[in-house]
Design a protein around this ligand. Structure first.
Ligand code: HEM
Length: 329
């Protein structure tokens, strides 16, 4: 299953095909921030906007369309489910850490909530998959590879038994859920922390903006061709593996000698979204910095910017990133 994710669903070629989605959704984000910042400098909950952007992006990659609030009952349903999934991933489950106290999760209602959310997801995916399958069966033409979304590819693998893979509907649902769970929180968290650090270092914000604006000029939206000209691209795709020779403390974390630090994990446990994520992170960050100057609301000082972390699958900021955006004058 992992190789299907890496080779077929999130390969470098496929990630390139999602360029239009990334650019359109980022442009949408910039529009939303502009509207809010125009209305007498209302503080913006950037965390919330980023989550919504990533959900839309994954929806379009997976299903070729968004399921937003404006998209009727199914849209509202998926939005609610994704919010609940986000909460589940951030919940502390006693039983995961101390198995013999697992009954506490039963008593607290956590297990029942998890079961209900996953049942609802199952139902949602059943409807979407059956509907897509029916449309494919009715259609006389088959889609070209470059017009397929993730669900099309999974259904094709199921039909053709590609590479001897016997893909059941349950597998398709599990992969889709894994995508939503793996993509949203992680990618938003990276952008959120990057913006937090940029806010804490105004001189770096200025330097970045000078470079970005120097390349993009008066364009409103930076596209991926502009990104190519920026120094955002590191000379190696991932950090080269590093191993401390002795125990060290980095940013308050104790790192044991010999530990490898690699953001996307590695080998069999490595992240299949390691190409998808940076493409989104870079475009969003460049556009946010190009279009706006960022500061804290209510005259708050940089020292007041809270950088506490919350518990969860990703090391989230404990509090949403609420900021002011002003347009370049
Ligand atoms: C900056 C953003 C991201 C980071 C830092 C990240 C990091 C990781 C890491 C460390 C793992 C391995 C977890 C483990 O040990 O089991 C993982 C798994 C996974 N990631 Fe990501 N990820 C990111 C974005 C994405 C995106 C955008 C997608 C999909 C589009 C994605 C899909 C997945 C999936 C499906 C798995 C599970 C793989 C498996 O079960 O073998 N991730 N991610």
């Amino acid at each position: 299953m992992r190789s299907i994710c890496v080779m077929r669903l999130l390969s470098a070629e496929r990630v390139k095909l999602f360029r239009l989605y990334r650019e359109e959704e980022t442009a949408e984000l910039i529009k939303k921030v502009a509207v809010q910042s125009r209305s007498c400098s209302t503080p913006i909950d950037l965390s919330e906007m980023l989550i919504s952007l990533m959900r839309d992006l994954i929806c379009r990659a997976a299903f070729g369309r968004k399921y937003g609030e404006n998209e009727g009952e199914s849209g509202r349903k998926l939005k609610k489910l994704l919010e609940e999934l986000g909460e589940m991933l951030g919940v502390f489950s006693v039983g995961d850490f101390i198995p013999w106290l697992g009954w506490l999760d039963q008593v607290s209602g956590l297990n029942a909530k998890i079961e209900r959310v996953f049942r609802d997801f199952d139902h949602f995916f059943n409807v979407v998959i059956d509907d897509r399958k029916a449309r494919q069966d009715d259609s006389s033409t088959s889609l070209s590879e470059d017009r397929m979304d993730l669900l099309d590819i999974l259904l094709q693998i199921r039909k053709d038994g590609t590479n001897g893979i016997c893909m059941a509907k349950e597998h398709i649902k599990a992969i889709l859920l894994d995508m939503f769970a793996g993509a949203t929180d992680t990618t938003c968290t990276v952008i959120e922390w990057a913006m937090t650090q940029i806010l804490r270092h105004p001189e770096i914000m200025k330097k970045l903006q000078e470079e970005i604006r120097g390349i993009a000029g008066s364009k409103l939206n930076i596209d991926e061709d502009d990104l190519e000209k920026m120094r955002l691209h590191p000379p190696v795709p991932l950090l080269l593996p590093r191993k401390p020779t002795k125990d060290v403390e980095v940013g308050g974390y104790n790192i044991a000698a010999g530990t490898r630090l690699i953001p996307f994990g590695a080998r069999r446990r490595g992240c299949p979204g390691a190409t998808f994520a940076p493409a989104a992170v870079e475009l969003v960050l460049a556009n946010l910095l190009h279009n706006f100057n960022w500061s804290l609301p209510g005259g708050a000082r940089i020292e007041d910017l809270d950088a506490s972390k919350s518990f969860g699958m990703s090391v989230h900021k404990k509090y949403s990133l609420v900021v002011l955006a002003s347009t370049q004058s």
